[in-house]
Write a protein that binds this ligand. Structure first.
Ligand SMILES: Nc1ncnc2c1ncn2[C@@H]1O[C@H](COP(=O)(O)OP(=O)(O)OP(=O)(O)O)[C@@H](O)[C@H]1O
Length: 224
């Protein structure tokens, strides 16, 4: 089984207002196609960890490997490229551009990457919308669709560059149980049918129980 993401002895300190050891020797691996959730009480360090794993925060001790390559110590530009190419993000709030159409929103990260023609990107975006069963929304403005639909558009956008892993910070936090289950089923399908890895922070125990593995955090440590 190949490893997609590995954290080795990650430690993080906040220096202000007082020195605070927020992440304590975090080590784990995520395999290809694995659907993993992270749970833990409020304040235990989940978002801080996700911020590091997503390469946004570089102020930590330890090592991160993506697809078996060390990414710790890379320059800002290298990390920005890695993030755009290999990591998809889904947040509690969708962060769609409301005046853009659904299709334009999904195309954006691929345009930023700049490796394909407009037509190729448009075709890719339509294919992602199809996977998420929302191709009929392509030409609608993002402001004109429902909350559940917005989250599916956000997932399509996260998939556009064919990332190795999707990271989510409470991606179902704003959804009702029906839409939450929809998102879970989409994630499950992506992991099982396309070999995508997923690492999802959640407070929803029912959601977490159905994932392949739960990483439980307490007070900055992985306890299970
Ligand atoms: N910039 C910062 N400076 C100092 N302390 C911080 C900073 N950001 C977060 N913290 C503290 O670090 C701890 C971990 O915060 P974090 O947001 O990672 O928790 P969490 O597990 O994601 O919580 P929640 O479930 O409520 O989102 C908390 O005690 C928080 O107050």
């Amino acid at each position: 089984m190949s490893t997609v993401l590995e954290a080795k002895n990650v430690n993080k300190y906040f220096k202000k207002p007082v020195l605070f050891h927020v992440l304590k020797d975090i080590s784990f691996k995520i395999n290809k196609g694995e659907f993993v959730s992270i749970m833990g009480k409020s304040g235990c360090g989940k978002s801080t960890l996700l911020y590091i794993l997503s390469t946004m925060d570089t102020d930590y001790e330890g090592e991160l490997l993506l697809n078996n390559e060390l990414i710790t110590g890379n320059t800002r530009d290298q990390l920005s490229y890695i993030r755009n190419k290999h990591i998809g993000f889904v947040f509690q709030f969708h962060y769609l551009l409301s005046e853009f159409t659904v299709l334009e929103n999904v195309m954006l990260p691929a345009k930023k990457l700049g490796e394909k023609s407009y037509q190729e990107i448009e075709n890719d975006a339509m294919q992602k919308l199809k996977i998420l069963n929302i191709e009929h929304l392509a030409t609608k403005k993002a402001s004109r669709i429902s909350g559940g639909e917005k989250q599916r558009v956000a997932i399509a956008r996260a998939l556009i560059n064919n990332p190795s892993i999707i990271m989510g910070d409470e991606p179902t936090g704003n959804l009702d149980s029906h839409n939450s289950e929809n998102v879970f089923n989409i994630f499950k399908q992506l992991s099982k049918e396309q070999g995508l890895s997923l690492l999802i922070v959640t407070h929803d125990e029912d959601f977490a129980k159905k994932t392949d593995r739960i990483i439980t955090m307490e007070d900055g440590k992985i306890i299970a």
